[in-house]
Design a protein around this ligand. Structure first.
Ligand code: ATP
Ligand code: HMH
Length: 275
């Protein structure tokens, strides 16, 4: 009989919604964790009926069921990092914030899913308030896109200067340890450029701009990659830099599936062995 190899592996948790099309949400998060050699665990908050053309329907999971999933994972397996994605409503957001505090979940990445890249608001104003005041203060990093950063800072964001000002206001006002304002929804020079601020260092993160319409899941992939890197004990700035590089490569390999905006591709490390 062969001896079993006992392997220790970092563990990350995603608290997010399901995307039936497999391009965003928990499906993308778990894939991203796996391709970082991190064991992925999940607490599902809602089920979306979604494809590359858009979201057709959203059903919330009972708040007690969301809490039970988080407790089951953390109390037995333990997690070195976690990320939140689509939390959907105020009740779920509040319950998640309470669990993060009670279970002392470290290295929390909050992707404050409120507004889609096209500018459509996905959660109501009460939910936005609770996200900003109960969950984000516990975050190691919060990663708003252009429109979320506008809501959180109160600024109109049209340029890199605006993104920098917003990052500083969000840091000061909401108390996340670090802020990354993402530029996927910007035009011109700021397109695909992100702004980092941690209270001391203001940095511009840019890679090459990838010319593709298939950008579904960029935000989820980025926040999941940051969480995976934190689970591996990278310092937060390195975790973000590496995650930004990862999303850029995943965009280069994005998938031309469906009739709309296809998802970013995670399989590139396997492709050369699959032809
Ligand atoms: N065409 C592109 N080329 C290079 N990087 C990009 C491009 N589009 C988006 N990004 C990067 O992808 C990451 C996610 O940013 P984005 O602003 O798209 O987030 P989001 O709106 O939350 O995403 P999602 O579409 O998943 O909701 C950022 O690092 C951003 O700079
Ligand atoms: C489930 C889910 N989470 C996040 C997003 C944002 O990309 C989405 N479209 N769907």
């Amino acid at each position: 009989m062969n001896a079993v190899t006992k392997s220790r592996i970092p563990v990350a948790l995603t608290i997010a919604g399901s995307d039936s099309g497999g391009g965003a949400g928990i499906q993308t998060d778990l894939r991203t964790f796996a391709f970082h050699c991190v064991h992925g665990t999940s607490a599902i908050t809602c089920i979306t009926a979604q494809n590359t053309l858009g979201v057709r329907r959203v059903d919330a999971i009972a708040t007690e069921a969301v809490v039970a999933q988080i407790q089951a994972v953390v109390e037995d397996i333990g997690v070195q990092a976690a990320k939140t994605g689509m939390l959907l409503n105020q009740e779920i957001i509040l319950a998640v914030a309470q669990q993060v505090e009670a279970l002392q979940i470290q290295n929390l990445v909050v992707d404050p899913v409120m507004v889609s890249r096209t500018g459509a608001q996905l959660i109501d104003d009460d939910a936005v308030y609770t996200l900003c005041h109960a969950l984000i203060p516990q975050a190691a990093i919060v990663t708003p896109n252009r429109y979320e950063a506008q809501i959180m800072s109160g600024l109109t964001i049209d340029s890199l200067d605006d993104m920098q000002a917003a990052a500083q206001i969000i840091h000061q006002k909401l108390g996340a340890k670090a802020v990354l304002v993402k530029g996927g929804g910007m035009e011109g020079k700021a397109h695909g450029v992100d702004i980092w601020f941690d209270g001391e260092q203001l940095s511009t993160l840019s890679t090459q701009l990838i010319d593709t319409k298939n950008t579904h899941g960029t935000g989820c992939t980025l926040s999941a990659a940051i969480a995976a890197n934190l689970a591996k004990n990278y310092d937060i700035f390195t975790a973000v830099q590496q995650a930004k590089n990862y999303v850029t490569t995943a965009l280069t390999y994005s998938l031309d599936i469906g009739q709309g905006q296809g998802p970013v591709g995670h399989f590139f490390p396997l492709l050369q062995n699959n032809n």
